[in-house]
Unconditional design. Sequence first.
Length: 726
Amino acid sequence: MEGGGAAYVPLDPGHPADRTHWILTDTATPLVLTDPDPDPTTASGTGPDWDLVLPDGAVRVAMDAFDGEPGTSPDVAADPDRLAYVIYTSGSTGRPKGVLIGHGAIANRVTWTVREHGLGPADRVLQKTTLTFDAAGWEIFAPLVSGGAVVLAPHGAERDPAALLRAVAAYDVSVLQVVPSLLRLLVDEPGWRECGALRLLFSAGEPLDAELCELVRKRLPVTIWNTYGPTECAIDVTAHLADPEQNAGRVPIGRPIDGIRLRVLDEGGALAPLGAPGELHAGGVGLARGYLGRPALTAERFLPDPYGPPGSRMYRTGDLVRWRPDGTLDYDGRIDAQVKVNGVRIEPGEVESVLLTHPGLRGAAVTAGPGADGAARLVAYVVGRDGEPPQAAALRAYLRDRLPDALVPSLFVPLAALPLTTSGKVDRAALPAPDFDATSDGPARPLTNAEQTVARVWQDLLGVTGVRADDDFFQRGGSSLLLARLAARLSAAVGREVAVHRLFAAGTVAEQARLVEEAAEPVATVPRAPRDRPLPLSVEQHQLWFLDRMDPGNPEWVTPLLVPLPADLGTATVERAMTALVARHEVLRTRYRMEGGEPRQVVDDPAPVTLPVADRPDDPAALAELLAGTFREGFDLVRGPVWRALLVRGQDAAPAGEAASLGDQGSGGATCWRWPCITSPRTDSRRCCSAPRSGSCAPHSPPAGSPGWRRCPSSTPTTPSGSATA
C-alpha cells in the first residue's frame, strides 16, 4: 500500500462492529484487506468469519488474492506530503476522530530511531502494539528500513506479561516497547535471564518512574528510553535516556527529537520561563495534517506558530510541562479531563456519551483513579434513572458491545446524583475517591470448592480479603492487564487451561468458578501416533519438501545459530549435551522418503553425537570464513541428519580459552520450533551442557515434533517452513 501510493487505515477485529463500520464510512475506504485463513488459531482475527458489514462502495479482499501479482512496487514518486495513514483516537464528542499522518512525518520518527539507537541488521524488534495505535508504526517500519527483523508477538501478548517475556527470550528480541503499566507487571515475571539479547527498552504512553527503571535494571542491564508524543505528531516528539543514577521520582520526557519544534506557552500564549508550568505545543516535520473531516477541530488544535518559520503550525497537546535547567522537559499532567490508562489516550466524553445511551442511566461521569498497585484505572460514576443503576457487570457488557476494551471502565461507582459546579457542570474534583476494594452488597454465603479456589487466587493477585461469591474482579481492583495473570494462576490451580478471553465476560467469583469447573472436567487426549512406521508430513513440512525437491540441498533454508559456551567445557561434555538434545527432540532425528508417490517422515533412533572440532583462528576474517563455509552447505532431507554442529575452540590449550558451539538447524527439522519442545535453542543447548557438570539431568520434554501432528498450535510467528522466525 505504501509503495503503491495509497494510505492505510488500521482496523481491529476486536472492536465493536458498529465502530469499525463507522470508521470505514468516515474514511470512505474503498478496499478492506483481510486475512485469508479461517483458522482462529493462526488468523489475525480478520478471516472469513469476521463479522464485518461494509459500507456502500467498499470491497473486501483477502490478502492471498494478490499472490500472482508482481513483487515490485509501482513507479510512484516519493512525496513526504502524501498521506501515509489515518489513525483514530478517542474523541470527546462520543465519536473517535481520524488523525491524518503524512509520509514525511512518520519517516522522520522512524529515521530518528534508526539513527539515534543504531538499529541495524542484527536487531529484532518485537511488534506487540495493536495496529490501531500509532506506536505500532515504528515497531514495523524501523527494523525494516534498517535491515533488521520484525518479530510478530503471539496473539494477546500485549496483555499477557508472561507470554510477552517468553517471546522476547525465544526470539532473541533486542528492542522492546512497553507502557509503564505493563512494565510494572513484566518486572515480576520470571525469565529475564533468558532475555540476554535485549538491549533497548522503550517506555511510552504514561509517566515513567525511576523506581520502575531501577527494578528493570536489577533484572537485566538494559538501556531504557522514555518517549512522549501525541498521535497528532507521528508517535513521539521527545525522548530521554533514563539515567541509572536517578533512583526516585518521575523520569523526564526529555528533549525534542530531530525535526521537532517545541514551545511551552503560558495561558496568554507567551513563552513560559524556565521552571514555570505551561501547555506544550509541538510543530515541525512530524506534525499531522489535522483531523479527517473536522475542519473546526483542526483549526482549534492546530494553531499558527508565531515563533516558527512563516506558515508553520503547532499542535496544542493539552499537556502541562515545564523546562528543567538541563534543557529537558518534565511532564506535569493535563489541562483538561483527558486521561491515559494503560498507555491509551481516552476522552472521558466518549465513554460518557455511550453510557448515557443506556436506558437505566440518567447521569454519568468518567475519570481515572489510582488502583491499589498505583496504576491508573478508568472509573465511571453513574446515576440510575429510577433508583439504583444497573449492576457493574451489566454496564461493562453494554460498553464492550459499543467500545474497545481499553475504553471500558474497571470500576463503576453508583451515586444518587453527580456533584455540580455553580455553572451546572460536573464538578470532577468533588467526585468521591474510588474504592477498589468494595465487596458486593448481597448477603454472604459459603463458597463452593471452585469458588474458594478463585477467591484464593484473587486474594494473592489483588491483595484483598473477604472475597464473596458475587464480588466483581474489576470492582475489587482488577484490570484488563491482570486478566492474563489471573488466567495463568487459575489454570495452574486446576491443572487445565482457563482461557483469558472468557474471563472478560466472567467478572464475579461465581462466574469464574464455573469456568474453573468446566476447565477441570476431563478432556479427550490427542493420541500419539506410533513411530514404528513412516508418518505423513505436516503442512509446513510438505511445503519445505516441495521447495527442496525444486533445488535439493539449497543452503537458503539453513538457519545458523551461534551458542557461546563456558571455556572450561570439555569436548566430551559438549558431545554428551548434543546427544541428549537430539535424543530429546524427535524432529532433529527426522528425515524424509517417498512411499507410494508421497513423502513420509522417518524418525531415526537416538545415537551418540561426535562433534568435529576446529581451532579458532586469530584472524577475524579467517574465523568468519570458517563459519561461512559451514553455512554454505545445505542438507540432504532424504539421508539426514537435518542438523549439524561444529565446536570452535580458542587457541589456548583446552579447556582454557573460549569455547563456542555452532549449530546449523536445517529447515527440514525446523517445524519443531512451532511446538514448545525447543523454547529457545540457545537455552536448551546451555542447559544440556550444564546438566552433566552439576550432576543434574536436563528436563526431558515429551516427543512433540511434527511426526503424528497435522498442525501445531500457532502461538508463534512462523515462516512457510514452520520455523519460528523474526
